[in-house]
Design a protein around this ligand. Sequence first.
Ligand SMILES: Nc1ncnc2c1ncn2[C@@H]1O[C@H](COP(=O)(O)OP(=O)(O)OP(=O)(O)O)[C@@H](O)[C@H]1O
Ligand SMILES: [Mg+2]
Length: 229
Amino acid sequence: MNTLLKEGLPQGTSLLLVGPPGSGKTSFCLQLALDTIREGCEVLYLTTESTPTNILAHALGVGLLQGDDPIGQKIKFIDAYSWAIGMRKDEYAIDRINNPSDINKVSLVIMNQVQLLSPSSLVIVDSVSGLTLASQMKERIRNFIHVLAHRILRQGSRVIFVLEEGAHDVAMINSLRSLVQGTIRTRIIDEDGCALRRELRILSLIGASPLTSWKEMILDEKGFQLKGD
Ligand SMILES: Nc1ncnc2c1ncn2[C@@H]1O[C@H](COP(=O)(O)OP(=O)(O)OP(=O)(O)O)[C@@H](O)[C@H]1O
Ligand SMILES: [Mg+2]
């Protein structure tokens, strides 16, 4: 994780990020996205649960972005959310997906954008669960992840697939784990009415030392940090 946060995801990595709602998955992805752009690489971010405008506002709100920093606007958002709530195309979206439960169409839109990326880019799908919840098509989800991961790795880029814990059964998540090179989990702990604690754990990741224990994720004005690092 130290390596992850300081040096970004290793090249040629495909990753699942699995955790319950509110456990910090999107915030973690945003931190990686902004770091990747600061290093001069491109980021393609497919969003299913929030508009790009709201994601950038969130980054500002939690201190991942400063008010005068235009770097967030360099994220290439594919907006698969606005359509569902009857909104127009978001100003920060480079493309939009109407009816994201049509996974073939989703694939097509992402592939079109992926082929325009230069090597060392980062692709984030936040989240796979948001694309497919209504349809529950296990084989299609597997195929979607398999094909997309293969394509992105072949061109020397990296990809993170976010999965909401609880939206898929354990067998499904385990089966998806076999399609990628690493899995990171997040969780959220409510300690007797104290502030909520968010924790992260690397289950497996090629090219990084495994982190076997849960570590607390601190999100403050210095950005994302793991407690004890
Ligand atoms: N490490 C952290 N410390 C404190 N607050 C955090 C931390 N990570 C995230 N948060 C806050 O928790 C809320 C949920 O975070 P986030 O949206 O990243 O979670 P998520 O897992 O993507 O949730 P969802 O499943 O709803 O998409 C946000 O308001 C965010 O500011
Ligand atoms: Mg989220």
